[in-house]
Ligand binder design. Structure first.
Ligand code: KG4
Ligand code: ZN
Length: 334
């Protein structure tokens, strides 16, 4: 079964052809990062317009790269949410038009389901599965007793971890997106500053706004005392505090849930320290199947939507031309 998948939830316009929920025949991504950089973050109205400009070319190229035509496609899949509503709308409209014109089934996919199923590129998803979802819009611990069955057991009470990376980067005068920049700088920094640990009422929940404020306080204090702010060392302190918060929650969840697979998901899954510390869990849990998507698949792209869509389709997920973009779409189990 060949699925043509479309993703346009934020600032990447992407289309992919995925076969049998396993083989990525093509994955074309047109990123808008260089344009949004000048605004210090994603400018929603500009993002929607750029999606409109690119979507047809991206779809066409994804077919060409997979060496298929529309006739070879068995179903169309699309991210229905969550994300920026104007951006999502472009992908949803393209997918609906194609499904209608080609008379093929339309599969709605949740963006986070896509990030989780990107792990199929690295190994088998043995259930029960625990996923640490870390992106610009989400920070969640999701427990999956079986395929396409999602239970959120922990979530952020304020900022998402990727959002915290982006805000701290802005505070330090670094460019957008902040995650990769801070990650790189942290590797050149040392343990010179101490940032506080965060406590949440539900021990599996996360909170990052306090950490962001602590970085602001730290820089203000250094300036007040006429000491230079060593950006690499601030990046080091922030990265270690943020990753420590993530890993502590994962360890807690592993201690109280039956888990066969631990799967890392979302843009922050590209972070070097998160990847390192997740792999180190192998020492304590030698039986655990620890998965992390390849770096290219951590970012927003349509291949992950095609991978998730195959299982969603098997479980009965279908949409009609009534499908609409939903910026706050909740994860739906089948
Ligand atoms: O999943 P994604 O591409 O978009 C959303 O669905 O939000 O994630 C983007 C987020 C951004 O906040 C970006 O700064 C962060 O992922 N990110 C990273 C790294 N690479 C991307 N954060 C930390 N370390 C990285 N290496
Ligand atoms: Zn994402």
């Amino acid at each position: 079964m060949k699925i043509l998948a479309i993703e346009s939830s934020c600032d990447e316009t992407s289309a992919a052809v995925v076969e049998n929920g396993q083989d990525v025949l093509s994955n074309v991504v047109s990123t808008q990062i260089d344009i949004h950089k000048q605004f210090g973050g994603v400018f929603p109205e500009v993002a929607s317009r750029l999606h409109v400009e690119k979507i047809n070319f991206v779809i066409k190229e994804s077919l060409e790269k997979a060496d298929v035509t529309f006739d070879d496609i068995d179903a169309i899949a699309v991210t229905e949410g969550p994300g920026l509503v104007g951006s999502l709308h472009v992908g949803v409209t393209a997918a609906k038009s194609l499904a209608w014109a080609l008379d093929k089934p339309l599969i709605p996919v949740h963006h986070i389901a896509g990030h989780i199923y990107a792990n199929k590129l690295s190994g088998t998803l043995d259930f029960p599965l625990l996923s640490l979802v870390v992106s610009g819009g989400h920070t969640e611990l999701i427990y999956m007793e079986s395929d396409y069955h999602f239970e959120i057991i922990g979530k952020t009470q304020d900022d998402a971890v990727g959002e915290a990376y982006d805000k701290v980067a802005r505070l330090l005068g670094l460019s957008y997106p902040g995650g990769p920049v801070i990650d790189k700088m942290a590797q050149q920094g040392k343990a010179n500053y101490i940032l506080p640990k965060v406590k949440t009422e539900n021990p599996l929940d996360f909170s990052f706004s306090g950490l962001k404020s602590a970085v602001r306080q730290l820089t203000l204090r250094e300036e007040r005392n006429e000491r230079p702010v060593i950006v690499e060392d601030v990046a080091y302190a922030f990265q270690h505090a943020a990753v420590n918060e993530l890993v502590t929650r994962v360890k807690l969840a592993l201690a109280s849930y039956d888990v066969k697979t631990l799967a890392l998901a979302g843009g922050v899954a590209a972070n070097s320290e998160v990847r390192k510390q997740m792999n180190e869990l192998k020492d304590t849990y030698p039986e655990l199947n620890i998965l992390q998507p390849p770096l290219w698949a951590c970012m927003d792209q349509a291949a992950m939507i095609g991978l998730a869509a195959f299982t969603a389709f098997e479980k009965g997920a279908r949409a009609t031309c009534e499908l609409t973009a939903q910026s706050n779409k909740q994860l739906q189990s089948y």
